[in-house]
Design a protein around this ligand. Structure first.
Ligand SMILES: C[C@](O)(CO)[C@H](O)COP(=O)(O)OP(=O)(O)OC[C@H]1O[C@@H](n2ccc(N)nc2=O)[C@H](O)[C@@H]1O
Ligand SMILES: Nc1ncnc2c1ncn2[C@@H]1O[C@H](COP(=O)(O)OP(=O)(O)OP(=O)(O)O)[C@@H](O)[C@H]1O
Length: 300
């Protein structure tokens, strides 16, 4: 028997970052948004933990570890330890989310693994326990469980849904070279000289989401990691310039980058913008709607 769970990519409509805490993490006030780029994770019983990774075209599968380093093995072990059982599984990941792109693909896989193994072994883990296990695996993992659009606080692990009445369309423009999340946070520390007020989620963004108004949303996007990421990767400025030329309503770095998200008016506009970006020499371009669901079972 096998169970397959689908989990979505995320990016941050707003990413407010405060001064680094004593534990090395930064306090966040963020608005997470799940978009229609997916990894599928299939689990089945095995004698020991095993990971197999495949990917859609244009996704660099060789960058994903297949041993214990893969976050899905950490997820599986966390769940078995929580229940005091000795089971193991073969975990097959099919990636549709670009790797090391700031789209939280590994976090999506971890969330999918928790849900899939819980179903495979009929563990009936409570939602609260799944969220706690997810938080231990990574700051973005709880959001990957809940999906849609949600506020994230703490280091990102405390999530609460927000009203989002939009049917948004995005173009994601990937980059061949990944960007390490800790290095972007370090560059943030240098740029802000360790200081920065308490981050807040801005009201105009919440109003834009509630109204489902794309013009207001275009005005309200913001990401405190964008400047440090651009300082590390000045080449990304060209992607921003090209996105404006391609007619995007707004352009923003996804999380810690290097993927760039372009807000579009509707699905037709998104296809046009994606075509224009390809013509401007960006081969890794995806169109995606949002918000979409968090990790959910698709076959078992
Ligand atoms: C950039 C974002 O994707 C925005 O949602 C996240 O903040 C990153 O989340 P993530 O990849 O799940 O991060 P984690 O695996 O928890 O942490 C990786 C590293 O990122 C840095 N980190 C992460 C989250 C946070 N609030 N402050 C940090 O400084 C720390 O150096 C940490 O060691
Ligand atoms: N299941 C996985 N999928 C992708 N990468 C993984 C996985 N498990 C471990 N990794 C490692 O984690 C690194 C970051 O991967 P990921 O695709 O999650 O980055 P990201 O989207 O930038 O994450 P985030 O936005 O959460 O910072 C990869 O370079 C890879 O070495």
């Amino acid at each position: 028997m096998s169970v397959t769970v689908r989990a979505a990519a995320k990016f941050n409509l707003h990413l407010g970052v405060g001064a680094v805490r004593d534990d090395g993490f930064h306090p966040l006030a963020t608005v997470y948004h799940a978009i229609g780029l997916y990894d599928d994770v299939s689990v089945s019983d095995a004698d020991r933990w095993e990971v197999v990774v495949t990917a859609e075209d244009r996704i660099a599968v060789h960058e994903v570890p297949t041993g214990d380093d893969n976050i899905v093995v950490r997820a599986g072990r966390a769940l078995t330890e929580h229940h005091g059982i000795g089971n193991a599984a073969r975990i097959a990941i099919h990636k549709g989310i670009p790797v090391a792109g700031g789209l939280a693909g590994g976090s999506a896989d971890a969330a999918a693994t928790l849900v899939a193994l819980d179903r495979l072994w009929s563990l009936q883990t409570s939602d609260d326990d799944l969220l706690s296990l997810a938080a231990e695996l990574g700051s973005d993992v709880p959001f990957a469980l809940v999906g849609a659009t949600a506020i994230g606080r703490g280091r990102g692990e405390i999530v609460a849904p927000v009203a989002d009445n939009g049917a948004w369309w995005w173009v994601a423009v990937g980059n061949e070279q990944g960007l390490s999340t800790p290095s972007v946070y370090r560059a943030f520390d240098e740029l802000t000289r360790g200081g920065s007020g308490d981050p807040e989620v801005p009201e105009p963004l919440l109003a834009a989401l509630e109204k489902g108004d794309v013009e207001l949303l275009a005005e309200a996007l913001a990401n405190d990691l964008q400047a440090p990421a651009l300082a590390l990767r000045p080449d990304l400025a060209q992607t921003f310039a090209d996105a404006e030329e391609a007619g995007a309503l707004a352009v923003q770095l996804s999380g810690s980058g290097p993927t760039v998200l372009l807000l579009c008016r509707d699905a037709t506009h998104a296809r046009e913008v994606a075509g224009a970006m390809q013509a401007l020499d960006h081969p890794r371009v995806w169109t995606a709607p949002g918000p979409v669901a968090g990790a959910h079972v698709i076959t078992y």
